[in-house]
Design a protein around this ligand. Structure first.
Ligand code: GCB
Length: 597
């Protein structure tokens, strides 16, 4: 039902009211509202939308969402907005890369479009899903505020059944303003791309529908059982799940909308060398959902990690979601290209830093055979003592896990990167670790922990609570004395898996000189050579993911070489040029791969 026409804005009050935002701070949508996407048909709302930047937040002050363009007597008013005459912008895309003037913009933006909707009695429930909007997002459908979401890299969904009309106006406020209470907070070493940079669409569901489907190998180390869990919305009592490739047809009884079963099975196990996937189809009354799943066993045993019962060295590389032309709004072909380069490098593992990347990433990794580390942006210093900040971090983590736990390539959930060790942070992280374990008992939990460089030893209480300890070390770059690296490593053999989650050096592509000259390719190459020489002597290490595959934008880097870019990439941001160090690491990974055959 359309709402009653709202009253005209009191212009004076709007100018004087600095508390204009308060009435729109509705509670954020819950991660529990997400549903398994699998092969669900999307009615895409992508395309050209009307767009305006709004640094003074005038749209909130003057309530543009009410679309009042005349006074109460019907006389037209000079308004500050005109949705249908706004310039148009592509969705999905980072607005920053759409026009030169938008590159460094941080603040409120407005997106709007109209769309038609024709109901379908077979599928009466309708949900609107946003793949990612950085950072705060508020959604009005036909003048009604229907959702607010916090967190720049995870999806959210909201039921719109009751708000849809035949002709609809969708208005979305997205703000990438950095705030101290956000996750991440004010200071990061990456670019703050903004806007509706992942797809937006409608999904129609029957009365009862499958909300969540989670199929995996039972993590008891025996590798001969499969567990299937489903969550159903509606009154259905039964659900069936079939995996024809394994001859499985399972009937699940639902209680309070949930069902689970464990069955004996001996699937061909998934690995980077042999990324075997099986089709699975779940049916619940009129709802049918199909997906591709795989089965693997990934576990820690003393200092080792085992994949399918066999020790594995994680030959990794870190990646940002960033490219020179489209920012973080990567298309499938961009991700495929990066993964192909990682494969060429000899990788079996990628660290998707420092926030959830597009859901396409893990899907492609499933297919091409790369183990994946996924991470939430609990980065450097955030307000660890603030309950709202914790809530937001936990929501982002849940949204990530619910979105991707069905992807067999995912092997690690990482809860943070280089955070200061204090009591508040420890409690915060313990909460996130518990969240990981309660949603998914088949992955290991990690974080990049801190080292005391005077003692050359780990000094981070978090290390005790994670399954894999990540160490970011920059010997040869930020720390000159490379001799300290073996001393530090000798102290890191702590009886649980430890990996070097970062090391590296900046090099401007094509800039050559001696190995002692910073920012030359030779200097970067030399850092890699020396690192590899030392790291390869420490057999307890379970993996390496140097920083980083490609150069990436970051406004905090402003010397004459960097000019707004972090140049630690082994490859340029356009992915067209490999620096010398690429081949150094490639050589090492080929040796490592041979050793593990
Ligand atoms: C780090 C951070 C990473 C930075 C990198 C660097 O330790 O984890 O986000 O980009 O160092 O290049 O300094």
């Amino acid at each position: 039902m359309p709402d009653q026409k709202p009253k005209m804005v009191d212009f004076d009050a709007a100018l004087h009211n600095e508390n204009y935002d308060a009435e729109y701070l509705i509670p954020p949508v819950s991660p529990d509202d997400l549903f398994t996407l699998a092969d669900r048909k999307c009615e895409s709302l992508d395309g050209q939308w009307g767009f305006a930047i709004d640094p003074y937040e005038n749209g909130m002050r003057k309530k543009w969402f009410n679309e009042i363009t005349a006074d109460d007597a019907g006389f037209p008013l000079p308004m500050d907005f005109d949705f249908d005459a706004w310039e148009s912008i592509a969705v999905p895309a980072c607005f920053n890369t759409q026009q030169k003037e938008f590159l460094f913009y941080e603040g409120m933006t407005w997106y709007t479009r109209r769309f038609y909707f024709v109901p379908d009695s077979e599928k009466p429930r309708v949900f609107m899903r946003f793949g990612g909007a950085n950072y705060e997002c508020r959604v009005w459908l036909n003048r009604k505020l229907i959702a607010r979401h916090l967190g720049g890299s995870t999806p959210f969904a909201v039921e719109v059944t009751d708000y849809l009309q035949r002709e609809n106006r969708l208005l979305v406020m997205v703000s990438n303003r950095r705030r101290p209470e956000n996750v991440p907070a004010l200071n990061t070493d990456w670019f703050n791309y903004g806007g509706l940079y992942r797809s937006v669409g409608l999904y129609r569901m029957p009365k009862s529908f499958i909300k969540d489907l989670f199929v995996r190998l039972v993590p008891d180390g025996e590798m001969n059982k499969i567990a299937v869990s489903v969550k159903v919305e509606g009154n259905a009592r039964d659900c069936t799940v079939s995996i024809p490739g394994l001859g499985l047809d399972l009937a699940l009884k639902l209680q309070d909308g949930e069902g689970e079963c464990v069955v004996p099975a001996s699937p061909e196990l998934w690995s980077p060398e042999s990324p075997k996937l099986y089709s699975v189809t779940a049916r619940c009354e009129a709802d049918v959902l199909s997906d591709e799943v795989g089965f693997k066993d990934f576990r820690a045993q003393a200092e080792k990690v085992l994949l399918n019962g066999k020790r594995i060295f994680l030959r990794g590389i870190s990646m940002h979601e960033d490219s020179a032309d489209v920012g973080k709004s990567l298309r499938a072909q961009d991700i495929e290209k990066s993964f192909a380069i990682a494969k060429e490098l000899g990788c079996n593992f990628i660290r998707l830093a420092h926030y959830p990347h597009s859901d396409m990433a893990a899907r492609i990794a499933d297919r091409v055979g790369l183990l994946v580390w996924e991470e939430v942006p609990v980065y450097w210093t955030i307000l660890f003592g603030n309950p709202a900040t914790y809530q937001c971090a936990q929501n982002q983590l849940k949204e990530l896990i619910l979105r991707d736990r069905g992807r067999v390539s995912v092997c690690v959930w990482s809860v943070g990167n280089e955070n200061p060790d204090n009591d508040e942070r420890l409690e915060f992280m313990k909460g996130l670790i518990d969240t990981c374990r309660s949603l998914d008992d088949t992955r290991l939990v990690s974080a990049a922990c801190l080292v005391n460089y005077k003692k050359l030893a780990m000094e981070d209480r978090l290390a005790e609570f994670v399954d894999i300890v990540g160490i970011n070390e920059y010997y040869g770059w930020y720390r000159h004395n490379m001799e300290d690296l073996p001393r530090e490593l000798a102290n890191l053999d702590i009886g649980k898996p430890v990996m070097i989650s970062e090391m590296g050096a900046d090099a401007l592509a094509g800039h050559h000189g001696s190995r002692d000259e910073l920012f030359t390719e030779e200097c970067q190459e030399y850092v890699y050579e020396r690192q590899i020489e030392i790291l390869s002597k420490f057999a307890f290490l379970c993996g390496l993911s140097p920083w980083i595959l490609c150069d990436f934008r970051t406004p905090r880097r402003q010397n004459g070489f960097q000019r707004g870019w972090n140049l630690k990439g082994l490859v340029t941001a356009d992915r067209n040029y490999k620096k010398k160090a690429f081949f150094t690491l490639q050589k090492f990974y080929h040796v490592k791969a041979k050793q593990s055959e």
